[in-house]
Design a protein around this ligand. Sequence first.
Ligand SMILES: Cc1cc2nc3c(=O)[nH]c(=O)nc-3n(C[C@H](O)[C@H](O)[C@H](O)COP(=O)(O)OP(=O)(O)OC[C@H]3O[C@@H](n4cnc5c(N)ncnc54)[C@H](O)[C@@H]3O)c2cc1C
Length: 648
Amino acid sequence: MPPRFHIELDRTDPDVPLRASQSHVHHTWARTFHSRPELYVRPQSLQEIQKVVKLARRMRRRVVTVGCAHSPSDLTCTSAWMMNLDNYKQVLKVDQDRKTMTVQAGIRLHDLNLRAKDHGLTMPNLGSIDDQSLAGAIATATHGSSMSHGLLSDRVQSLRIVLANSQAVRCSPQQSPDLFRAALVSLGALGILAEIEFQMIEANNVEWVQTIRPIEDVLADWNNGLWTSNEFVRVWWLPYMKRAVVWRADKTDKAPVKPQYNWYGGNVGFHTYHILLWLSQYVPRFLPWVEWFVFGMQYGFNDGALISAVGEQRTELLMNCLYSQFVNEWSIPLEKGPEALTRLTNWLHGDEQSSGIPFSTKGLYVHSPIEVRIANTVNREPRPFLDTSYPNTPALYLNATLYRPYGQDPPCRERYYQAFEHLMKEYNGRPHWAKNFQSVDYPYLSSIYGTNLDEYNRVRSEVDPEGMFLGAWHRRTILPPKTDLPLLPLEEKEVLQRHRRTGGVDWIGEQARWFDGGVDVFDKPGSESGESFDYMAQAEAENSVLLEGLRDELELDESRVSTTTEDLQYDDDSFVQAKKREGAEEGWDGTQVFKSILLSLSIAIPLSLALLILLRTLRTPTPLNDAEASLQALEIERGLVELMKRKN
Ligand SMILES: Cc1cc2nc3c(=O)[nH]c(=O)nc-3n(C[C@H](O)[C@H](O)[C@H](O)COP(=O)(O)OP(=O)(O)OC[C@H]3O[C@@H](n4cnc5c(N)ncnc54)[C@H](O)[C@@H]3O)c2cc1C
């Protein structure tokens, strides 16, 4: 670290540790983006979080808080400072009467539900997975699929946030409501969510049923109970087969029943599908056949095929998301769903004219079904300023997933996403904040969110006037152009995005360039440091209308800590999650596994060989490990600094 760092560190409270490392290579779960923060900090107390913010302000650094990096975009990439709250995850309070739990914000959803189970409680709704941190899920408007539920944020009762001036403040619908509305979907740009009071419900079982149906039937039921007959409903749209898998679930008093055994459902299906997807990278026209085969094996080849089970809500709402993937999800008004899906299906079948989507379909085949889900927040108050759902109609979420078999980007991505986003924009769609949208900018978002985006930005700049929590992702999307809002002193600029040989992208930001001879932002002419900023930030906080009366105690009241959580083993590097896949049998013995592998190989090997012969001239790149990758990133940065020096 630059010498100045140690001077600043010595000026902070020595009793509050700084748990930091300098060798962390950050990547998203899907390995779509990588970056190397100058400092990676994992605090264990509120005071530690506050110390990092204070130090960052004095060192003129941006701070990014990362959950488990399940957002597949460059939203969490930084070359500056990164904070992770995986060790800040205690349950602080359980209010049995109100059925609320107050937790430290780094807690993962899985962990929260496990702790809740001890108290007979559970989260009211979940998305496809429960690996996310509660703060991260809230920050990006994560949702499940239910006409009876909205975003996960809807269940937040109150929050405690560490702001750029390192003060911890509380907000709720009654206390500083504007700050609360901005913080409900904050995109990490407001401050560091430290504590969350979350509304739970009584723990329960759900019974789910899954059927496969022709898409005409699904469309015919659209306004006739498809979304309203059950508490939870989600649909996978299989465009090539013109069929859809409909999954429904309701609360039940029934005892758990496992899904029917399906030999294909576990490892066999997982690896077969992966290999087939990889092969279709080279022969994309395979994909309609792959869809027919894989989903037929998994869910049945005949219409109406049924799978069902009963189990705990906290596990049964989940699904296995399989492999590394790009995801591009948008919400549109529910009533536009049939038209939008029909147009997209027509386009994927090459019928450009009736689809009305002005992009060529020549040679284009896509990797996976479209996920169709719903959230209903009609008349719900208070609403996040950056709410992706609608106040006057249920929101339909269409998710165009594209798998990245063995880390390779699918060839159809560019054109498919151009066409998909064109369609979504025709319905004034709202992109899911966490995902891989590619043609979204401030003018579009401003036209969609109107004064709500202005309000969010007003609150944001009031609590973080120097842009300590802002990066290039925010500038590209939610911030006005530099002509209207010049770059803020701590806002991190992007220097470079570069494709890695092993797949994915390296993201390099401007800050923290001292280590390779670059100019440190700290040393730039005109940049100040030290206490003057502390005084300034303090004064801003005191003058702020938003923060009036919100001065918060800085000490954690230990008596409120009722339970501590034990460390759970998470393997962020693993794409094969320990989730139950529908129809999968648990606890296989060695013989079963062996038989399955044999079966899988007997399908996959002849196919692979045939194609490998065809493709023998094509070579796959040698994978790099993280250390090599990090060296590679360093080399690029050195090159860049040289370039910049020469320019200057
Ligand atoms: C396999 C998979 C399945 C998914 N399924 C769904 C789904 O069903 N429904 C859905 O809506 N989304 C889904 N997502 C998206 C996912 O819910 C979001 O990307 C979510 O934000 C991930 O949480 P995280 O903890 O990984 O946050 P990260 O991705 O690490 O961070 C997301 C944002 O939260 C901010 N943040 C994190 N912690 C804090 C904090 N303490 N204070 C302030 N800001 C913070 C970050 O700065 C960043 O802006 C899925 C993603 C994957 C990879």
